[in-house]
Design a protein around this ligand. Sequence first.
Ligand code: MRU
Length: 346
Amino acid sequence: MSGIEKIDGYKSPLIFGDDNILYLVDQRKLPQNIEYFKADTLEDVCFAIRSMVVRGAPLIGITAAFAVFLAIKDSDESGFEKDFYTALKELSATRPTAVNLFFALNKMENLYTELKKLNLPIEKLKKRIRAKAFSIWDKQRESDTKIGLNGSEFLGKKDKILTHCNTGELATGGIGTALGIIKTMHKKSLLDTVFVDETRPYLQGARLTAFELKNEGIDYRIVTDSSCGILMRKSLVDAVIVGADRIASNGDTANKIGTYPLAVLAKRHNIPFVVAAPESTIDRTIKSMDEIRVEERDALEVLKINSFDIAPSGSKALNYSFDLTDGNLITAIITERDVYEYPYKF
Ligand code: MRU
């Protein structure tokens, strides 16, 4: 049964235990309420991804991997394959831009293809699929830690960092990517303060990044998305660090709406503009941004804040959830494996 579960305090963005139920911290409600969304069917998880109960490119992928297991956990021999492929199909249709979703589903499919050759008893097959979801999560945690180290080494001391959206634990299940670098820099005393773009319309910055920075004891100021110009002009930004949802072979990057203007302004002001992401965010099958589908979300996300109308009734809105930044505006792309600089050769 799906629904809301009260768990005392914040534990982790995702909990999956012996009861084989997926608990997702309901990110729509943070930071005011810490509630866990209980998902034990494929449909529950598809709803959670579409409605942003859970979000952030890597965490969407990890969640989808657990959803594949939920979809087959009660299947018998005759229904297993159909249930497995239905899960892949339905999960693929939830959110189009972040490649990590497709990366995780491919990993699950490749595993199943291999396991089929072994003719394992069905319970063993299910166990291996369950274990794979955990291993995708573990690998992401390891990547985050390495990205944090690579990024902090590359940037060195930068007193004032500007970041956009939420790229922390709530987006990856580890320490985060861009936010992982920020946390690592803080631990090494390499930064003083973080400017957090509020990130309209879903407010991932004001609600989620601020929640994580506060928990970590890192000094921060929330700024409106349109503040970046004045901050840079006043020399208040030493580096910009953002995450990514999909990176093309030439370094063109899809990320939360508002990233591209930051990159243009950073170039104008000669400020390092760094993208942090796991290798799984690099989509080597595409050449450039021309092949990236940008998700358009419901106009109501723009027209309302927390179900409160902010525009005249009947207003229309256009809500692109992501934008596209040219690779040549990006100073470096930092992954767990390398620090890539323009011109990109991944
Ligand atoms: O719509 P969201 O909240 O899923 O978008 C999140 C972002 O754009 C993040 O910057 C990106 O997924 C990287 S998360 C490590």
